[in-house]
Design a protein around this ligand. Structure first.
Ligand SMILES: [Zn+2]
Length: 477
């Protein structure tokens, strides 16, 4: 073990923060930029983001959401139009005040999110019912100048995301869109990244600034801290009124549109890493793994070289749509290669020695469980596909069990403090819904209400009045 650690990771997964920083660099996922809080996205991580984009683009197409692009800079006067929104974002906005040696007449915000610039345009384009619904998405980056400490993917000053913005003739339609978006995110997280989540709504305090309410998906990390995975906002008419986005019906009556916005950022990649990785390194779900299978020929002096057979197999796998690679480096031992690919999180390894070539067999080694099995080369494609789909499923199932084990019912503030202190995960409490009670939870425990479900059962954990919500409380990233 000590030997493998020298070549691999110094940190143990128990020290999640150190482990996370080390694995991101060693696996070639990211590097730090000269400007603090900004990161460089390297090919393996860019590949995963690309897979998420492809999947979401297909799904959004089915929803009638089209891709578009809006400018990076937003005039201050526009950002100010919805006051709650402006107040919520101002502390984190980066401003452009000069161009060359000219001071600008109006300072321009580097977009922290694009509601205001997009809705200015929406008001130009929407006039009648035939202009609705309008559903546009953009894949871009936004800048939020975080004052708290940054962490790659999880909290960076610039991050990649998609932001979709829809406008509808009716409230019901908008509501359904906000829910459909949340369901889409749940599928992205489950089908691609094998991340189980709790689904719910944000409280007034925690909602998106400017929204009527916010739906959220929350995941739980192994260190007992929650992480917000994606949000979908019901904007109601909060933006359509100040931005004058309205349509005139058949009878000549004017109606403001109903809107939603929803986003998913690259922090889901960070969560995937923290959730599935182990002390050997990354464990990447097969659906998004840049390399799904690595083939390692094992060469013995005086025996036939299995490399040509490994190449043939890799070719066969590639033709079947599997991302395969033969590690032919002759200055590295098989053991070294095993460790390296394990550290990089490749889901499946195929070992082929001279005797395997003779017998027409190969050894499959799973990254997630370390299990080894023998399969016939003649069935390589089927065997590999089975193994990959089994790994994908079992990563999700394992994570789901873990999540369930980290949800605890708690009925007093003392119990809650204890649960938060020992990082047990989500504490489920009854809440009346008053801001004071929510503040009290934060003041006494340092934890926040991650999401709530409507429920009239029981009494508020803080004030004892009848509850309105079941709330999931936890410290969070
Ligand atoms: Zn209360």
């Amino acid at each position: 073990m000590a030997q493998s650690n020298e070549r691999g990771l110094q940190s143990s997964k128990e020290d999640l923060s150190d482990w996370y920083s080390e694995i991101l660099i060693k696996s070639g996922f990211i590097d730090f930029s000269p400007v603090g809080g900004f990161i460089v996205l390297l090919p393996p991580a860019a590949f995963i983001w690309e897979r998420i984009r492809e999947y979401m683009n297909r799904e959004m197409e089915k929803m009638g959401v089209k891709n578009s692009y809006f400018p990076l800079l937003i005039p201050e006067s526009l950002l100010k139009k919805e006051s709650e929104h402006f107040a919520g974002f101002t502390p984190e906005v980066a401003w452009v005040t000069e161009a060359g040696d000219q001071k600008l007449d109006e300072r321009l915000a580097v977009r922290p999110t694009s509601e205001t610039i997009m809705y200015t345009m929406y008001s130009k384009w929407i006039h009648g019912t035939s202009d609705l619904p309008l559903k546009l998405n953009q894949w871009n980056s936004v800048v939020r100048w975080e004052t708290s400490s940054t962490r790659p993917f999880i909290r960076t000053k610039e991050f990649l995301w998609q932001e979709a913005h829809t406008a509808h003739a009716t409230e019901d339609e908008a509501l359904k869109q906000a829910q459909d978006a949340l369901d889409l995110y749940e599928r992205v997280l489950k089908d691609l990244l094998a991340i189980p989540v709790i689904k719910g709504r944000k409280t007034e305090k925690e909602k998106f600034k400017g929204a009527v309410f916010t739906y959220t998906l929350e995941a739980m990390m192994p260190d007992g801290k929650a992480i917000q995975m994606a949000t979908s906002h019901m904007l109601g008419q909060n933006f359509s009124v100040p931005f004058e986005i309205a349509y005139v019906d058949d009878k000549g009556n004017k109606h403001y549109v109903w809107q939603t916005s929803w986003g998913l950022s690259w922090r889901v990649i960070g969560a995937m890493i923290m959730l599935h990785g182990d002390s050997k390194g990354l464990v990447i779900p097969p659906e998004v793994a840049p390399l799904q299978v690595v083939l390692v020929p094992i060469i013995y002096k005086g025996k036939p070289d299995p490399t040509p057979r490994a190449r043939e197999l890799a070719h066969e796998l590639e033709l079947a749509g599997i991302r395969a690679y033969v590690d032919e480096r002759n200055d590295k031992t098989p053991g070294y290669k095993y460790n390296e690919w394990e550290m990089r999180g490749v889901p499946l390894r195929i070992e082929i020695g001279p005797r395997d070539v003779e017998r027409g067999t190969m050894v499959l080694a799973r990254r997630d469980t370390g299990e080894k099995s023998v399969a016939n080369m003649a069935d390589a494609v089927a065997a590999v596909k089975d193994a990959l789909s089994s790994i994908q499923k079992s990563l999700y199932e394992k994570a789901k069990q873990k999540l369930s084990s980290m949800i605890n019912e708690v009925s007093t503030l003392d119990e809650l403090s204890e649960a938060v202190k020992s990082r047990k995960g989500f504490s489920v409490v009854n809440l009346c819904g008053d801001r004071e009670c929510e503040d009290k939870i934060y003041d006494t425990t340092g934890a926040t209400v991650r999401c709530v479900e409507e429920s009239a059962e029981g009494k508020c954990i803080v004030c004892g009045r009848p509850a309105r919500y079941r709330a999931y409380v936890s410290k969070a990233y």
